[in-house]
Ligand binder design. Structure first.
Ligand SMILES: [Mn+2]
Length: 430
């Protein structure tokens, strides 16, 4: 294993925090004991938790207006893996990365897999890209890709996705995530039905190339880049497509890809009901697909999503095995800090949801005790599980405070010496 952050530094900072941490942990232990919850079981649960980091997330993001690169930005997939290794070393809850093709293209994927393993990392879902043109490609995606009116353009987009399946195999990944920007900007620009049929037919060809054990994640998004209609705009279109394609096709929920105020946790419940929940792209938003840091705007919504997930796990819902990934764009922060903070917040929501007294909740629901049921949820949500999460990190060699340790280590300044600023490097918003 390659140490990216000084282990001595992590150890000394953890030692400094030890007395206060033990006091806080013991207090939480007493509180949870009164509620009949075994803190050790919860620490084990937190230690088993992991969320994938997107390779595009470690570079500074941007908007369609501008991108403001920061110092020491990753120049390629090798730098990105190192940055993801730092996040894992300090948080111990991000054991996989989700790569993006062609942004992360290399000639030897077996070697890349070994390189990631040096940082304790594996590969989660591989993301294809037919929402922008690549150097040297024969046909443009300006008017779409898998749903394009032209069969040859659709075939080109299919071939790219099939190549991504081969890359996923080599990386040891078990999923292909397909998000397309296809849609229209004008009423009448295309036939809405034909576009969807083109998409389904193209996806059927990709689906046929999936090896056994590999799944296909369909990611819907309400709008952007198309603003009048989007082919896979919502979970309804996504579910119709997934059900048409077959059991290996499932629906991915990106928290930012819905209309404002939509009840996302209910969508999650519906997808669990039909055994079609692929997993998540975690982020937060206020207005649209803002790609803000997870739980930075509405931590209660994230908790409510996890409440559905923990409920499904507790009752052994059929086909329930979601993949968890972060999908954020960091414009005003150090991306490594944002991703570490988000990883901690997502783990927090998972553990808080695990504290819900499900028996009391079921009883309150059976008795139509609306406020009693709500108070049961709130009791879990309002529990500060920070000491429990810190304990889980430290037991695995991580940091009591990942962001403080990262700042003390000076990793960013160190890599800034080795990585000259790249103008116009890809901003990843997917
Ligand atoms: Mn996404």
């Amino acid at each position: 294993m390659t140490a990216l952050i000084s282990e001595d530094l992590i150890g000394s900072l953890n030692a400094k925090a030890r007395t206060a941490h033990e006091d806080d942990f013991a207090s939480l232990d007493r509180q949870l004991s009164r509620r009949g919850i075994d803190i050790e079981a919860m620490v084990e649960r937190a230690m088993g938790w992991s969320v994938a980091v997107p390779t595009w997330g470690v570079g500074t993001g941007g908007t369609r207006f501008a991108r403001f690169p920061g110092p020491g930005e990753p120049r390629n997939i090798h730098d990105k893996l190192a940055d993801c290794g730092v996040i894992q070393a300090l948080t111990r809850g991000t054991r996989t990365v989700s790569p993006h093709i062609p942004w992360d293209k290399v000639s030897d994927y077996k070697a890349l897999r070994q390189e990631a393993a040096q940082y304790g990392l594996g590969f989660d879902a591989v993301n294809s890209n037919t929402f922008q043109d690549q150097d040297g490609q024969a046909r443009s995606y300006r008017y779409g890709s898998l749903a394009h009116a032209d069969a040859a353009t659709r075939a080109q987009a299919v071939a790219h996705n099939v190549e991504c399946i081969e890359i996923a195999k080599a990386l040891g990944s078990t999923a292909l995530t397909v998000w397309i920007g296809d849609g229209t900007n004008f009423a009448g620009q295309q036939n809405l039905t034909r576009m969807f049929e083109n998409y389904i037919a193209a996806m059927e060809t990709i689906y046929a190339a999936l090896p056994s054990g590999m799944e296909m994640f369909l990611e819907h998004k309400m709008y952007e880049p198309a603003f009048y209609s989007t082919v896979i705009a919502d979970w309804g279109s996504s579910l119709i497509a997934a059900q048409t394609l077959g059991p290996k096709a499932k629906c991915l929920v990106d928290l930012g890809h819905h209309a404002p105020n939509v009840n996302i946790e209910q969508i999650v419940a519906r997808l669990i009901h039909v055994g079609k929940l692929a997993g998540f792209h975690f982020n937060d938003s206020k207005y649209g697909d803002d790609d803000l840091d997870s739980a930075s705007v509405d931590p209660f919504r994230l908790f409510l999503v996890f409440n559905e997930l923990v409920d499904a796990e507790a009752r052994g819902a059929k086909g329930f095995n979601p993949s968890y990934m972060i999908d954020q764009s960091h414009n005003v922060t150090d991306p490594i800090e944002s991703l570490m903070g988000s990883a901690v917040e997502i783990a927090r929501a998972y553990i808080q949801a695990s504290l819900v007294d499900r028996k009391a909740l079921a009883e309150a629901q059976a008795a139509n005790d609306a406020l009693g049921a709500h108070r049961t949820l709130k009791a879990a949500y309002l529990t500060d599980v920070s000491p429990l999460l810190a304990e889980a990190r430290m037991r695995q060699g991580g940091a009591h405070d990942p962001i403080a340790a990262y700042r003390a280590d000076g990793y960013r300044a160190r890599v800034a010496q080795e990585r000259p600023e790249v103008k116009g490097a890809s901003s990843g918003i997917v």
